[in-house]
Structures are given as C-alpha cells and as structure tokens.
Write a protein that binds this ligand. Sequence first.
Ligand SMILES: [Zn+2]
Ligand SMILES: [Zn+2]
Length: 268
Amino acid sequence: MFQFSVLASGSKANCTLVKTENTCFLIDCGLSSRECQRRIRELGIDPAHVQAILLTHEHRDHVFGVPVLSRQLDIPVFANQATARVIPRVNAVETFETGQEFNIGDISIRPFSIPHDAIEPVGFRLSAHGLVYAQATDLGRVTPLVTAAVRGAHALLLESNHDPDMLWSCGYPWELKQRISSQHGHLSNNSSSALLYETAHSDLRHVVLGHISENSNTPALALAEAARASEHISLASLRCANPYQATPLMDIAAESSSSSILRASNGC
Ligand SMILES: [Zn+2]
Ligand SMILES: [Zn+2]
C-alpha cells in the first residue's frame, strides 16, 4: 500500500501527506498545525501516526505551520542544510543532501534540485513497494533533471501555476509578474502539460495539478491542458489541488481501468 493526499496546494498553503502501512510523513506544512491535523483526521488518519515533515524550501506557504506542528507531534523536520539554516525554530532537524537518497521507514526518498527563488529548493521522488510518487512544484522551468526525476512515476503532483495570458493581463505589479514568469518563478500551464506529455506512460495512475494561482489561472484551464497532454493514456484520476480542502487519499497502485477525469472535485 502506498497512498497520498494533497492536504493543501496554492500560494496560501502547501502540504502533502504520503503513507504506507507503517510509514507516514508530510511534505511541507503551510497550513496551521490545527488545520493540518484536522485535515489529516478527516482522511481517517490519526495525526499521531505522522513521523516526520520533509521540506521542499523555506517559503512561508510551505513552512508556516512547521514549528508548531513538529513540536506538538514531537517529530523531526527533514531539510537540506541550506534550508534548515533559514527556517524558524522547529522540534528537531535532520538534514539530507540534495540528490542523495535516504529512507524513512519503507519509503525511499530522493530530493532533486529545482529552479526557484529559494535558498536550495527541491522536489521529491519517493519509492515504496515498487511504486513511485514524484512531486515538482515551485519551479520556474523544467530542467532535464526534473524530467528525469518525474519519469516513470505512478503518481504525480505537478505545478500548473498560471496561464501566461492571464498572468500578463491580471492586476499584479510588474515586478511580481516578472518574478512568477522567470526561470526561478512558477510553472505555467503549458510548461506543466509539456512535462506531463513527455513523461506520461501507461502505468501513470494519478496526476494532481498544484500551486494553481487564484488570480492568473483557473482550474478548468489547467485541467484542460493536462487532459490534452495525457489523452493518450488512461489515468485513474486527474484533478486540481487547492488551499481549502484536501484531495481524497489516493492509492498509487489503484487500477487505471475505471478512468475518470475529476473535473469538478474539490471545488475545481
Ligand atoms: Zn509555494
Ligand atoms: Zn516557493
């Protein structure tokens, strides 16, 4: 068994839960500790079973709840050294090297470098029981390393942040538009769907689109591009994550035969 739920995703808060029979941890926690634990309980999981929090980078929408949650659950925070130096005080820190595989319980974890305006941002490729989950959000562009890291995954969380036309015509200040669209900003729908098209394969089950902008994108636009990019394969689910509600707990080994595109779930 290898499952995941995106508890929150977007510019307000990001948090993902992954679990096997005996291992359970979070990636990031931009939610408050209380809200994070509420969403975990809603999935039928006792927050006391969470064993660690892994960090992708130090931005507030990824670390806001980490200090309190790590203390309340008495669990360590895993981060690379550069990120560990700049996060607020947490319960205990375990450092990893970007690019070096390590294990928590029966999940092996490979952090990989992503281009983003943080100190040493990473995505994660996780493997358990021959199944692979990969996530790449908060990246300005897709590098060959990112493509290699998500290739062959059975479940993906991919950033689909903005529609370029909507971004340039929205009310953001010029500097923010430049930051978002830069090589170290956030991934557009078309870059995200190009990555999906390039790496889609017949054993890919679940695709979640994340970090969707509420001002320069719509879930419908993001989904339409991703659906086009994956129309040659049969996914079990394609959905958007949002900051307000967790996705269902998805079984990475689920059969893809009951293919359905969940256009309207979670308010997307
Ligand atoms: Zn973010
Ligand atoms: Zn960020």
